[in-house]
Design a binder for this molecule. Structure first.
Ligand code: FNR
Length: 184
């Protein structure tokens, strides 16, 4: 069955390793799936007054509308100071309001954390997971996707070609697809 997958990347950096890893993942879904990158550049920082008093900025309305068309969410994120980069946390907050109209509710999710370091973004991965519990998003448990030493995975042109690495990425994607089907 056709599904719309949204990929949210927790880095705005042009040459982001996370974006390059996300590009590789975007090609591993079944043919009938539509995969869309949801760009977070330009999304205003959430202020509760937008919803309580108004007006709601166009960037928030556009993001919320876009997310409504998405069936499942792949988060690919670096770790900032052992936690989730603000740009991604802000997207979660924006999408969770106004109260009762969350765009996240019941949507399956998968989390891939990315780091040039050895700790592999574990802190970001689990802090994000904590928010997804509250947001009621069934999330892939296994395989856990902590991608450390990411520079050794990427070729100069930003692609991933190592067969073992691609098999691991495919196993993560397959587990996500399985979760999506079970939640259909
Ligand atoms: C980092 N970096 C980092 N790395 C990590 O593994 N754990 C961490 O806690 C942090 N903290 C952190 C804070 C801030 C403010 C910055 C800018 C960076 C390093 C980070 O992994 C590195 O810059 C990556 O290249 C960021 O991911 P992208 O942009 O390449 O996807």
């Amino acid at each position: 069955m056709t599904k719309n997958i949204g990929i949210l990347v927790g880095s705005l950096r042009k040459e982001s390793f996370s974006k390059k890893i996300a590009e590789t993942f975007s090609k591993l879904f079944p043919e009938e799936y539509n995969v869309t990158f949801i760009h977070l550049d330009g999304l205003d920082m959430y202020n509760q007054d937008f919803d309580d008093v108004g007006p709601v900025p166009e960037s928030l309305t556009a993001f919320r509308e876009k997310m409504k068309s998405i069936d499942a969410v792949l988060f690919v994120t670096p770790e900032y100071n052992r936690s989730v980069p603000a740009v991604l946390k802000n997207a979660l907050d924006v999408g969770s309001r106004p109260y009762g109209a969350s765009v996240w509710d019941k949507k399956p999710a998968a989390i891939v954390s990315v780091s040039p370091g050895a700790i592999s973004g574990f802190g970001a991965n689990h802090h994000l997971r904590q928010s997804l519990v509250f947001l009621n998003m069934p999330t892939v448990q296994q395989p856990e996707a902590y991608l450390g030493n990411v520079t050794s995975m990427l070729n100069e042109d930003g692609t991933v070609t190592n067969e073992n690495t691609l098999q691991f990425f495919q196993a993560i994607t397959d587990s996500f697809v399985d979760l999506i089907q079970k939640n259909s």
